[in-house]
Ligand binder design. Structure first.
Ligand code: CO
Length: 134
């Protein structure tokens, strides 16, 4: 059911420093910061030949990233995103299998303008999984 790895998202305590590190030390193609107020994050997209990295930084008072950074002050992998062909078919299959879909199960529009869902990390070996319809 899942397809390609769409991105790995890393929460960072300093977005400018992390962007510079990926650009200069790692020689990656690093984009400009983009505010995503609906998701409470500022995102920097890094384009690799086979996938993307997203650097996440809290935006606003209710950011879901802030609690993660409070627990992980030096940052860390926040979630990984797999592509699916049909997000509603994927959701219904997962619910049938007993997985928990966060946020009531209705897809939201994600940072790439496509529908996304998140799956409960306790059901997936401690890893927060995002599904994105492509
Ligand atoms: Co993501």
């Amino acid at each position: 059911m899942i397809g390609r790895l769409n991105h790995v998202a890393i929460a960072v305590p300093d977005l400018a420093a992390a962007s510079d590190q990926y650009r200069q030390m790692l020689g990656a193609d690093v984009g400009a910061p983009q505010d995503e107020p609906d998701h409470g994050v500022t995102v920097v997209f890094i384009t690799l030949p086979n996938t993307k990295i997203e650097l996440l930084y809290p935006l606003g008072d209710q950011s879901p990233i802030q609690g993660f950074l409070d627990k992980n002050p030096s940052g860390g992998i926040h979630h990984i995103c797999y592509e699916v062909d049909d997000i509603l078919v994927a959701r219904d299959h997962l619910l049938d299998q007993g997985a928990r879909v966060l946020g009531g199960g209705a897809p939201k529009i994600g940072a790439h303008g496509k529908p996304v869902l998140f799956l409960h990390p306790k059901d997936f070996n401690g890893c927060l999984i995002e599904l994105e319809q492509v």
